[in-house]
Design a protein around this ligand. Sequence first.
Ligand code: 5GP
Length: 206
Amino acid sequence: MPLDHRLATDTTDGMVVIISGPSGVGKTTITRGIERSIADAVFSVSWTTRKSTGIDVEGVDYHFCNDDEFESMKAQGGFLETAGVYGKKYGTPKAWVLEQMKRGRLVILEIDVVGAVTVKQQIPDAFAIFVLPPSEETLLERLRSRKREDESAIQKRFAQAKAEIEHARTSRVYDLFVVNENLDESLGKAIKAISVEREKRRMQTR
Ligand code: 5GP
């Protein structure tokens, strides 16, 4: 895709970083921490048909759309990948991600395992991190402590989380598994791994 104009900040070391993990594991905090800590990191804002919660910000957390808008974008080849999560549709905007890559940015995709598998097929050198809870018990406790849902919904999320972890382990897509016992440490590990990988690639292209 030709770029309309070059920017002074453009470089040649674009890299896609995928962050996945079950809900309640601290994945979003780690994702946003990476975005804040790495100067040229940009977060890919997905499209979704799920309803906005009170804390979501349109255009920052998601682009909220209806089913017709989602399907029309999909039909035009507008998504790099799509997935159905909890009965709702999610998609990564293709043109935006490819443009940021070409500008040399670190592009962060916070997506599920199904999406990660698709992205790795298209961008094999995407660097994929999966965030794990310290134990199943901790995950269940964290889901309960969010006080967002009743016990049956929590149990459903817990079962889905365990299935997602299993899928991640067998997918062979993830370059790094981070056990999130302590948020600062996990964020530090993720940033270090990304920086080492990026530096390795810079050296290889020299
Ligand atoms: P939530 O609705 O709780 O924000 O997200 C539910 C799940 O969908 C999370 O695992 C999140 O990472 C995943 N997700 C968010 N955006 C996308 C996307 O564009 N593609 C895929 N495949 N998964 C996404």
